[in-house]
Design a protein around this ligand. Structure first.
Ligand SMILES: NC(=O)C1=CN([C@@H]2O[C@H](COP(=O)(O)OP(=O)(O)OC[C@H]3O[C@@H](n4cnc5c(N)ncnc54)[C@H](OP(=O)(O)O)[C@@H]3O)[C@@H](O)[C@H]2O)C=CC1
Ligand SMILES: C[C@H]1O[C@H](OP(=O)(O)OP(=O)(O)OC[C@H]2O[C@@H](n3cnc4c(=O)[nH]c(N)nc43)[C@H](O)[C@@H]2O)[C@@H](O)[C@@H](O)C1=O
Length: 409
């Protein structure tokens, strides 16, 4: 089992019954981390360790080591990463390889070396982009490292492959119970709705919605429309993550998919219908298609007794409703943020922050901004929708979705 020096007489509880244990959810404000956070709260976990990017920069090894030494979590879920769609991945290769290698290496190593043997299990999240561009379909776990990667995301994929291998190496050499799961393309509440750097689904929701509101006759969609993608609602992924934390302790990574794929053209038609846009689609073929097809073979997880539950149409309707209620896509643009927040423009230039007060403006940090907006972390389920969906996204749009530390801020 884990690196903990277990007392033979002590009965080790299963993850799901260990609800008072400290669980570190790295990246708890992101698409995936927030869904895992919601799921753990709903399951009755009472001792969640949550740190924003500003509280704890996971690329800083010394800070991560000090955090693990002080907090000694029993469970660790690595949902913090540098993430983006096809354009971001191909435009910022250095960030995608370096930041991801740093975050995952710091966490996995500190979990072993700095927590005094407290870490009983760690789950690392990878992505379906780890597989070769022309992998057999549906893609089994065994296809890893069997051929060349898709060039638009090979830097990110190499970092993710290194994460899988690091979990395996730490299990083999040190007995750390580190497992890896590889989700397919995800979507849902708290997604990044940036116009260029997001994934296709939030990008299209935003574009179709704005076109509907503006009364535009056309919406541009990237590529040829022919690539196939498998989409999974992030609440289904969170369910799979807790399932694996509870039931799986193997060396090999585990695919997590819905088993259902659509062409990008079919997806665009569905988003158009759900949003209620009445105009035409125009295909920008100068934009890359990326991988032609990446349907995961999730039979290993199915054999353990898990399957996805949320159909794409229902998940899309829910996500659009969430985005509408939270103002997610409205808040991304600088002027819109200022309009929504009622603040003044930060005259320092560059990123053009909405300023709520001199203090927040001076500090120029997410934490300051959040304080000004009355946003605070909570694990109270009754307060989660408000804190996560409304105030938080406006901040994420500039600092998270827009990535304060990223090159597109
Ligand atoms: N989105 C998708 O379609 C898919 C995602 N995945 C995987 O799921 C995981 C999570 O992705 P997703 O939720 O979409 O990503 P998001 O961009 O939505 O969230 C990423 C999270 O990581 C945190 N983070 C980033 N950099 C740092 C840092 N230096 N220090 C501390 N925290 C940091 C952010 O914190 P903060 O909010 O404080 O800035 C944020 O909470 C990733 O490993 C990704 O590979 C896998 C397949 C598909
Ligand atoms: C999850 C996975 O996500 C990334 O890979 P991807 O699947 O190619 O992701 P994507 O969502 O950005 O694009 C899917 C398809 O959709 C098309 N497309 C149309 N119109 C828009 C559009 O407006 N935006 C985007 N982003 N794509 C569009 C786009 O041209 C492509 O054919 C990895 O880099 C990596 O991050 C990773 O692991």
């Amino acid at each position: 089992m884990g690196a903990e020096s277990a007392d033979a007489a002590e009965e080790i509880p299963s993850f799901l019954s260990d609800t008072a244990a400290k669980v570190f959810v790295a990246g708890h404000r992101g698409l995936v981390g927030s869904a895992i956070h919601r799921k753990l709260v709903a399951l009755g976990f009472t001792n969640l360790l949550l740190r924003t990017h500003t509280d704890l920069d996971l690329t800083r090894q010394a800070d991560v080591e000090a955090f693990f030494a002080a907090e000694r979590p029993r469970y660790v879920i690595v949902a913090a990463a540098k993430v983006g769609g096809i354009h971001a991945n191909s435009s910022y290769p250095a960030d995608f390889i370096a930041v991801n290698l740093q975050i995952q290496t710091n966490i996995i190593d500190a979990a072993l070396r700095c927590a005094g043997g407290a870490v009983r299990k760690l789950l690392f999240l990878g992505s379906s982009c780890i597989y070769p561009k022309h992998a057999p379909q549906p893609i089994p776990e065994s296809a890893l490292l069997s051929g060349p990667l898709e060039p638009t995301n090979e830097w990110y994929a190499i970092a993710k492959i290194a994460g899988i291998k690091m979990c395996q190496a730490y299990r083999i050499q040190h007995g750390l119970d580190a497992i890896s799961s590889m989700p397919t393309n995800l979507y849902g509440p708290q997604d990044n709705f940036h116009p260029e750097n997001s994934h296709v689904l939030p990008a299209l929701i935003r574009r179709f919605h704005n076109a509907k509101v503006a009364g535009d006759k056309e919406v541009v969609v990237w590529g040829t429309g022919s690539p196939l993608r498998e989409f999974l609602h992030v609440d289904d992924l969170a369910d799979a993550v807790v399932f694996l934390m509870d039931r799986y302790s193997g060396l090999e990574h585990v695919n997590v998919g819905s088993g259902k794929e659509v062409t990008i053209k079919e997806l665009a038609e569905l988003v158009k219908e759900v949003v209620g846009f009445k105009g035409e689609l125009v295909w920008d073929k100068t934009k890359p298609d990326g991988t032609p097809r990446k349907l995961m073979d999730s039979s290993k997880l199915a054999a353990m007794g898990w399957e996805a539950k949320i159909p794409l149409r229902q998940g899309l309707v829910d996500t659009y409703n969430w985005a509408s209620a939270s103002g997610a896509y409205l808040a991304v643009e600088e002027n819109e943020l200022i309009e929504h927040s009622g603040g003044a423009v930060d005259e320092s230039g560059g990123s053009g922050w909405a300023a709520f007060s001199l203090a927040a403006k001076r500090e120029h940090t997410a934490a300051a901004f959040e304080r000004e907006m009355g946003f605070e972390e909570t694990t109270d389920p009754a307060r989660l929708p408000t804190t996560l969906n409304v105030n938080h996204f406006k901040i994420r749009a500039r600092i998270g979705g827009g990535r304060k530390s990223g090159p597109w801020d």
